[in-house]
Design a protein around this ligand. Structure first.
Ligand SMILES: Nc1nc2c(ncn2[C@@H]2O[C@H](COP(=O)(O)OP(=O)(O)OP(=O)(O)O)[C@@H](O)[C@H]2O)c(=O)[nH]1
Length: 327
């Protein structure tokens, strides 16, 4: 197999006991012929999960003590750098990396590492954040723990475990709630970690030119029974944006609401620009680039998706409306 470059990285998150290790074991045991380096992160001194992990042939398990969101700049960088160096030197071979975060970790610092650290950006490509949600216990966890809500907000894909333990009505209610919190992320059931690998690896959740996986009418069926802190909204407009005004607004939004903006993504129709402009971010870190040209037969519509904690939606929408070009 030829070496992949940059190395794809999957970030696996989910609340305590959601089924992350079960899923990881399944990924490792699958006869896909790929070598996967696993970075395991646990609270405390003893990494029990390491014992539970099935270790096959050339797979590598790296341990990382302490909470990943606190030690990310140190341990994670060191481990990723070390792995890439040893791979380059031909000492070890692996095709991809999976990072399993502890059930209470905030995945943002891990994701941001791949945006900001030059050396890491050269060697690695963050493929997606996968969030395992426990169908049985999630309703209560979402009510009681903001970490559980945030993990849903960050997800590129939501993997629903333990659907065998709930009835269809409870499942439908949970799915509606998750969709309201994060309409970007498709929801996929995983029974004891079983899901097609194509639904888990190489999702390209962070690609700037990836389509915004939002159902056009999702806003119509948002449930409001739950007063979740984390929720999403979409802004669509056919009138072109004034680039300078929009940039100024994004700067303002980021400085004012950066901590509460979990994920945002947009495809923009900018006045005078024949190309789409695509951007996305995690908290305060924004990445933007020139997308493909608008096609002749295509509706030139900007679509922006914001997922965050208690975002002042009306205020943001009202300000966005002032950022369009005149005439
Ligand atoms: N009934 C049922 N149980 C499941 C399913 N998936 C996982 N489990 C069980 O849930 C428990 C927790 O699973 P783990 O994979 O250890 O969860 P985790 O997210 O790694 O847990 P932490 O590392 O503690 O955060 C185990 O007993 C699993 O066997 C499922 O689809 N259905």
């Amino acid at each position: 197999m030829t070496d992949t470059h940059p190395i794809p990285v999957t970030l696996l998150t989910g609340f305590l006991g959601a089924g992350k290790t079960t899923l990881l074991n399944r990924i490792l045991q699958e006869p896909h012929g790929q070598r996967i380096a696993v970075i395991e992160n646990e609270f405390g001194e003893t990494g029990i999960d390491n014992e539970l992990l099935f270790q096959a042939g050339e797979q590598i398990v790296e341990m990382n003590n302490g909470c990943i969101c606190c030690t990310v700049r140190g341990d994670l960088l060191r481990i990723l750098g070390d792995l890439a160096g040893r791979r380059e030197a031909g000492e070890i071979r692996f095709d991809r990396v999976v990072i399993e975060t502890t059930g209470l970790a905030d995945p943002a610092p891990v994701a941001q590492t791949f945006f900001v650290e030059e050396t890491i950006r050269d060697d690695y490509r963050l493929d997606a954040i996968l969030t395992v949600v426990d169908a049985k216990h999630a309703p209560r966890q979402l009510d009681e723990h903001h970490e559980a809500q945030e993990q849903v907000g960050f997800a590129d894909r939501i993997l629903l475990s333990k659907t065998d333990l709930v009835d269809a009505a409870a499942l439908a209610e949970l799915e509606a709630r998750l969709r309201a919190m994060n309409p970007r992320a498709p929801i996929q059931p995983v029974h004891f970690g079983q899901a097609p690998l194509r639904d888990i690896l190489d999702i390209h959740g962070f690609d700037l030119d990836a389509i915004l996986g939002i159902e056009p009418d999702f806003l119509n069926d948002l449930g409001h029974e739950h007063d979740d802190e984390v929720h999403a909204f979409v802004y669509r407009a056919e009138r072109p944006f004034d680039a300078a005004k929009l940039l100024a607004l994004m700067d303002l939004l980021i400085s004012e609401f950066g901590v509460d903006l979990l994920r945002y993504k947009g495809i923009l129709h900018i006045a005078g620009n024949p190309n789409k402009i695509v951007f996305q971010g995690v908290h305060g870190l924004l990445d933007e680039s020139l997308g493909a040209p608008w096609r002749e037969d295509e509706k030139r519509e900007s679509v922006l998706v914001f997922i965050g904690r208690n975002l002042p939606r009306e205020q943001i929408v009202a300000t966005l409306k002032t950022c369009h070009a005149h005439g």
